[in-house]
Design a protein around this ligand. Structure first.
Ligand code: AHR
Length: 621
């Protein structure tokens, strides 16, 4: 009601976009505030256009926009104004993450918040939606590598200063691919803003030297258009790649059609998704993820039409049963058992006909399970890959058979990104990073170097690779910490115990901290330590990942010191994604769960809800 009154006020007094004539107002159930960082950059204007276009399909919602003109102080005031209007949900694209994070947390304590484009610190928001700029840079790098056939291939990169964070990520992705190609060299020009004119002036100023370049990579399509204007007259114009791929007269797709640019890497705004997820959130649908990362496509004249057709997908509800084959990794850990239960329960809730094959931690059996599902002609195959490698052949077969593949919990190697539709799971790198940050804050390195023993999980499994990477990234930010030994277990309790027994037998005991890639291995290691007369949690600090009930009890008993939560409750997100897919909706590239909460003894002691914490249920509530 509060929202309805505010909406009427806004419709009549402020002229909110999309309102019909005052005499015939539709029933408005939800008022959504949109706080924009600015409304001058083309990407943001496209975002606004998409939000309005999508919202127009739902008579029960109304949008009210504010424009912060790239001024964080103004954006703070805008948020306060929107809250005073009585909005039911806030969509915000922050101008400056640091200044706005506390205000976003404050709003989140009252109403749901969707953050677009730039992720804020912490987890005080309902949902983040954005592109992966590093992947965009990587896709550009791959396109460039395919074109760079000559011995001396020169690129001119054009960046604006406006979006330095996304530019930095794109550049990192690009360099990651081209740095090993000795024949490719690159020169960067930074222009004062992201406009067409700025790029045109900069490229024109190069004069005849522009002919030295084989390719121009512009960090958005408007810069690419400016570059095109500067080079269009020359005999052999460089190949031009842009980023964004918007529709409409000035958009990258039209520029490809007209031959002005040659390729674009799409950078979705997330506007459409923001409206759809707003409705899910407001209607309290289950299965809404915490982070949605949108997929980017490389578009050129070869696939322009099929890409445009894919944008017209209308989304019609699927009739009949949905048959899903789930290739599960095994039953190695408490995480996995909870994960299985969550998937089976959610399939029931969503009415999905689910067949699970348990690969018992054997990679070849898991590939065979996928083959079985292809032969069964299921609608969707879900895999929780035991290891990252070995997927190319069977996933190509699934693609040829027209069966969509979703990765759940674990990923496969990044160069196979085209062989699956979406990934739903946790952020393992961040888990490793948080584990090390806890060590740095709680085990001081003031007297001597802190000696760390790392018990990794299964070799070549994505949680193993990423947790190690995240831990080492955070370790590199500190001084006085050293990983003195790192070896592998199998994510089972037994493997943790055997690892520890072996280490104790082969080495003199001088370890300060054990970083264990999961709780089960940590509990196994703790048993071995106790058998050797070493008190886990006291004589040696132990930090692990997951958050099983047994590990939380061990925290309480001070046998473990910190657990970084990794929620296994993926079932409803997964089933919602499958349902959306079958209803013709586009799925994100990656959907991540909220997790990463640190659990310590102190936390449990002060948290009265501890006894209902069974694998993070409270955390995700
Ligand atoms: O893939 C997630 C990991 O797999 C969990 O952290 C571990 O317990 C499980 O075996």
């Amino acid at each position: 009601m509060k929202a309805m009154i505010a909406a009427l006020f806004l419709l009549l007094v402020l002229g909110v976009p999309g309102c019909s004539d005052g005499g015939n107002l539709p029933q408005i159930e939800h008022l959504i505030g949109v706080s924009q960082a600015n409304m001058r950059e083309p990407w943001r204007l496209e975002l606004v256009r998409e939000l309005k276009e999508e919202a127009a399909k739902y008579p029960e919602i109304r949008l009210v926009f504010t424009d912060a003109t790239q001024d964080s102080e103004k954006q703070l005031q805008d948020i306060a104004r929107l809250m005073a209007y009585g909005i039911d949900l806030l969509i915000i694209s922050p101008s400056d993450v640091e200044t706005l994070t506390p205000a976003i947390s404050e709003v989140y304590s009252k109403i749901p918040v969707i953050v677009l484009d730039r992720v804020v610190e912490g987890y005080d928001y309902t949902l983040f939606i954005g592109p992966d700029n590093e992947v965009i840079g990587k896709q550009a790098g791959e396109a460039i590598s395919n074109l760079a056939k000559s011995a001396d291939f020169k690129i001119l990169e054009i960046r604006g200063v406006d979006n330095y964070l996304s530019s930095a990520a794109r550049s990192q992705g690009l360099m990651g691919v081209i740095k090993n190609s000795k024949n490719i060299s690159s020169k960067v020009i930074t222009v004062p803003n992201d406009s067409r004119d700025a790029a045109e002036d900069a490229v024109t100023a190069l004069g005849s030297r522009v002919g030295d370049y084989d390719l121009i990579f512009a960090y958005n399509d408007y810069l690419a258009q400016g570059a095109y204007r500067a080079v269009k007259g020359i005999a052999k114009r460089p190949f031009i790649i842009g980023v964004d791929g918007f529709t409409g007269a000035d958009g990258g797709l039209e520029m490809i059609r007209k031959g002005m640019i040659d390729e674009t890497i799409t950078c979705p705004t997330g506007g459409r998704e923001a409206i759809r997820y707003s409705l899910d959130i407001l209607n309290k649908a289950s299965g809404v993820p915490k982070k949605v990362i949108l997929r980017s496509y490389t578009v050129n004249s070869d696939n322009l039409e099929s890409y445009e057709r894919s944008l017209e997908k209308s989304g019609t509800p699927h009739a009949g049963p949905i048959r899903v084959g789930y290739a599960q990794a095994g039953t190695e850990s408490g995480f996995r058992l909870a994960n299985n239960n969550s998937i089976i329960a959610a399939a029931k809730e969503f009415g999905i006909d689910l067949t699970v094959i348990d690969a018992n931690q054997v990679a070849e059996s898991q590939v065979d399970a996928v083959r079985t599902f292809i032969d069964m002609e299921v609608d969707v195959i879900v895999i929780s890959p035991i290891i990252e490698v070995g997927w190319s052949e069977v996933l190509t077969r699934a693609k040829e058979a027209g069966i969509e593949v979703i990765l759940s919990d674990r990923r496969i190697r990044a160069d196979l990104d085209d062989l699956y539709l979406t990934f739903i799971g946790a952020d393992f790198i961040e888990e490793g990073r948080r584990a090390m940050r806890w060590v740095a804050e709680n085990v001081p390195a003031d007297k001597r170097t802190v000696r760390i023993l790392e018990i990794q999980g299964t070799q070549e499994a994505s949680p193993t690779i990423d947790r190690k990477r995240g831990f080492e990234l955070a370790l590199a930010e500190t001084k006085g910490y050293e990983i003195v030994y790192s070896g592998h277990g199998e994510y089972t309790r037994e493997s943790g115990r055997l690892f520890m027994e072996w280490y104790l037998k082969e080495n003199n005991w001088d370890i300060d901290v054990i970083f264990c890639h999961n709780d089960d291995m940590a509990l196994g290691a703790a048993e071995a330590l106790e058998a050797a007369g070493i008190s886990p949690g006291i004589d040696v600090k132990i930090v692990s990942v997951d958050g099983t009930k047994e590990a939380l009890n061990a925290l309480k008993d001070e046998r473990l010191n910190c657990v970084v939560e990794c929620s296994p409750l993926l079932g409803s997100q997964l089933m919602k994604a499958i349902k959306d897919l079958m209803d013709g909706k586009e799925l994100p590239f990656r959907a991540c769960l909220k997790s990463l909460i640190l659990r310590t003894k102190e936390h449990i002691a002060t948290n009265s809800s501890y006894f209902c914490v069974i694998f993070g249920l409270c955390i995700n509530a």
